[in-house]
Each structure stands twice: as structure tokens, then as C-alpha cells.
Design a protein around this ligand. Structure first.
Ligand SMILES: Nc1ncnc2c1ncn2[C@@H]1O[C@H](COP(=O)(O)OP(=O)(O)O)[C@@H](O)[C@H]1O
Ligand SMILES: [Mg+2]
Length: 399
């Protein structure tokens, strides 16, 4: 009897041992399999990246689509872009900026594009690594308020960026009568200027607050606000200043990038750059929209050459602020509107970076202004689209 019990106990113990061992074996198998999947995933990811950059190096990627984080950037050959621009003909030049010439082009599929031919590109190793980071970054950024990068060409001696084409070019061409093309464009009316201010603010807000880590534009200015055929605005050239040549000036660590008249004082003095430096530049653009003046014009009377120094003391004064307004806007705005926009501009261009608002605050302040304009236009049966017609019921000084 006793031996039977002992035998049964032994049998039970062996069964438990077998079950435990089986469980352990299964767990080890599962862990090994997970590790195998993890390694496989890593290797194939690295393989994809290597393939992409080898292809770029050789410059032989025929119209190849590479997918980065769900966003497709087209890789063009130099030959393709050469033929899209009629051999980079002079007649297709639409602008000349800090990085080189910009060409109008038509792709094989009929799409109209703007092609930026980067100066000093392709020869420096540093440039290549910055270029890679830049293209990776741009492929991640998508917003209706940012100019879309469609693709690029990168071989050993050329670097070109292919953007969507914006029919009305840069904002500055519409603010100042002496534009490059020689013809005088229509001056933008108040309502359109305010809409552009809001859309540009939304572009910066996206870069600062909806991307992680935040992206600092570094060169926000009126020529980097591009206008489509309906005068809707998109912000361009974000992060591009970093890709430029080191020759731009001084040491890399404190190299001040950006454009004269738009650079925040703390950045100019110490090279310390934050999103608040962009907010300062945005304030300068608001001043351009209000006054129709360029940020720096040394041909003007003494004390008026630097826009911000001239305008700032008048922004907080209800009466004086009306004197700095662009004369072509007369009769299109109310005093209340001007005072509100001037207050936003004044906050943005404060010398103390910490006191400047966030771009989200700027957007919040501009939205009601544009909304009330729209509802007023609806009530009076007017269209809120771009027009030079002056609104008779909202003259300057009426509030
Ligand atoms: N995507 C585009 N569509 C149409 N025109 C453009 C585009 N990009 C640039 N341009 C034109 O080329 C000019 C110079 O652009 P850019 O090289 O970016 O100058 P900047 O260095 O002053 O920013 C712009 O002012 C604009 O007129
Ligand atoms: Mg630009």
C-alpha cells in the first residue's frame, strides 16, 4: 500500500517537473523568436537606408520613390531637372535667393514646380551630411501652411530641391513696388495681408509646437512666405539656413544665420537660438505688412532706416500707430484692428526673448480678427477674397 502511494507521488512529481520544463522550453523559444524578429527588422531597416544613400551617391536613381515615414520624396536625376527647366534657361529663373537661383520647371507628368539650385553644393563632406539630415527632416514635415518639398536631386556635384510652384511668388514682391521683375504687382489689401499673417503664423506654430523636437525656422522673412494663385500663404525654407555653406561667416558654433533686419538681438549678439528668435522675425514681417516698408532701408530719413527702431515706439500709441501705416491701405482697416495687430507685433519684437509670445498665442490673437472680418463681409454681402476694393464701412479711425 505504502509503496503504491510513494509510487503515485513520484509519478505526480515527475508530471509537474515535465510540465514546468515544457513551459520553460516554450518561454525560451518565444524569447528567442522575438529576438530574431527584432534583429531581422533592424537589419532590413539599415539595409534600406544604405540602399537609399548609395543610390544618391551614384546619382543613378531613375525616378525612384523612397518612402520615409509614410511621406514619399521623389529622387530626381540632374538630367530630369535639366530638361524640366529647358536646360536651366535664364527665362525660367523666378528668383535669386541666399542659396542660389530658383527656376520654374515642368515635370514629365505636367506638374509645375520650383527648382532651387543650391550654390556651393556637393563638394564638401560636411555639406553632404547636413544635406541628408535636412532632407530627412523635410520629409517628416507636412502642413497646409508649409511649402511642400516634392523631391530632390543629389549627386557628387549638384544639390537641387524641387518644391511645389507658388504662382504669386514671395510676399515681399507684393509689398514693395520695386520688385525684381520690373513690373509693379497689385498691392495687397488689408484683409489679404491679415490672412497671410495668420497663415504664416500657423506655419511657424506647426514647426514650433506640433513637431517633436521643435524645428526653428532660422530665416523667417517676407521672401520666405510664398503665395499661391489665390494669395494663400505657405512658409518656405525652414531649416535650410543650416544646410548652407560654412563660408556664410564666422565660427560654426556661433555662426549667425538669417537675414539682416530679421535676426533677433540675442541671436545676433550671442548666437543663442530658440523658437523665440523666429517669433521676433515674425514680428518684423507683421511690421512689413502694416507699414509696407522693408526691414532695413538706409536711404530713408535719419531714424527711419531700421523699421523696428522706428516703428516700435509708436506701436503702443493709438494715434501715432495710424501714422506708420502703409498709405496704400488707407480706408481699409479700423483703428481697433490696427491697434490689435500693432500690439501683437510689439510683443513679438521685444528685446527680451522670454517675454515674446508663443506662435500659438499669436494665432489665437489673429483668429478672431479675421473671423470678425469674414462675418462683416458676409453681412454686407461682400466676398472676402483678394480684392483692392476699399471697405467704405470700416474707415481708419472709425472706432
Ligand atoms: N516654390 C516657389 N514657387 C514660386 N516662386 C518661388 C518658389 N520658391 C522661391 N520662389 C521665388 O524665388 C525667390 C527667391 O527664393 P529664395 O531662393 O528662397 O530666396 P531667399 O533666400 O530670399 O529666401 C522668391 O522670392 C520667390 O519669388
Ligand atoms: Mg526663400
Amino acid at each position: 500500500m505504502e509503496t503504491d502511494e510513494a509510487y503515485q507521488r513520484k509519478e505526480r512529481d515527475s508530471l509537474v517537473a515535465i510540465v514546468v520544463l515544457a513551459c520553460l522550453a516554450l518561454t525560451s523559444l518565444f524569447v528567442a523568436f522575438s529576438y530574431y524578429c527584432y534583429i531581422r527588422n533592424k537589419v532590413s531597416k539599415r539595409h534600406r537606408i544604405n540602399k537609399k544613400f548609395n543610390c544618391e551617391k551614384k546619382g543613378d536613381c531613375q525616378n525612384q520613390q523612397e518612402v520615409t515615414d509614410n511621406n514619399a520624396l521623389q529622387i530626381f536625376t540632374f538630367k530630369q531637372l535639366h530638361s524640366a527647366t529647358g536646360g536651366f534657361s535664364k527665362s525660367n529663373v523666378v528668383g535669386h535667393g541666399g542659396f542660389g537661383l530658383v527656376y520654374r520647371g515642368v515635370l514629365n507628368d505636367g506638374r509645375k514646380v520650383a527648382i532651387k539650385f543650391m550654390d556651393n553644393a556637393g563638394k564638401q563632406g560636411k555639406m553632404n551630411s547636413r544635406w541628408r539630415l535636412f532632407v530627412e527632416l523635410l520629409s517628416r514635415l507636412r502642413s497646409p501652411y508649409l511649402l511642400a518639398l516634392l523631391g530632390y536631386c543629389s549627386d557628387s556635384s549638384h544639390k537641387l530641391l524641387v518644391y511645389e510652384f507658388m504662382a504669386n511668388g514671395g510676399l515681399q514682391e507684393h509689398l514693395y513696388p520695386n520688385n525684381r521683375s520690373g513690373s509693379v504687382p497689385l498691392r495687397l489689401d488689408w484683409e489679404t495681408r491679415m490672412r497671410i499673417a495668420l497663415e504664416a503664423a500657423k506655419g511657424l506654430e506647426y514647426l514650433h509646437e506640433q513637431v517633436s523636437p521643435p524645428v526653428i525656422h532660422r530665416d523667417f522673412k517676407s521672401s520666405n512666405i510664398l503665395l499661391d494663385r489665390n494669395f494663400h500663404a505657405k512658409v518656405s525654407d525652414f531649416g535650410l539656413a543650416k544646410v548652407g555653406s560654412d563660408k556664410a561667416g564666422g565660427h560654426v558654433s556661433t555662426r549667425v544665420l538669417g537675414t539682416q533686419g530679421y535676426v533677433a538681438p540675442e541671436y545676433a549678439l550671442t548666437g543663442h537660438l530658440t523658437t523665440k528668435s523666429d517669433v521676433y522675425s515674425y514680428g518684423i514681417v507683421l511690421l512689413e505688412l502694416l507699414t509696407g516698408r522693408v526691414p532695413v532701408d538706409m536711404k530713408r530719413a535719419t531714424g527711419e532706416g531700421v523699421l523696428v527702431s522706428w516703428a516700435l515706439p509708436q506701436l503702443g500709441d493709438r494715434d501715432k500707430v495710424m501714422d506708420i501705416m502703409d498709405p496704400t491701405l488707407e480706408g481699409q482697416y479700423t483703428t481697433k484692428e490696427v491697434v490689435q495687430v500693432a500690439a501683437i507685433a510689439a510683443m513679438c519684437v521685444q528685446a527680451e526673448a522670454d517675454y515674446r509670445p508663443l506662435m500659438a498665442d499669436v494665432v489665437q490673437s489673429l483668429v478672431p480678427l479675421i473671423r470678425s472680418r469674414r462675418s462683416a463681409a458676409k453681412l454686407s454681402g461682400c466676398s472676402s477674397s483678394f480684392s483692392l476694393a476699399r471697405s467704405p464701412d470700416s474707415p481708419a479711425g472709425s472706432q
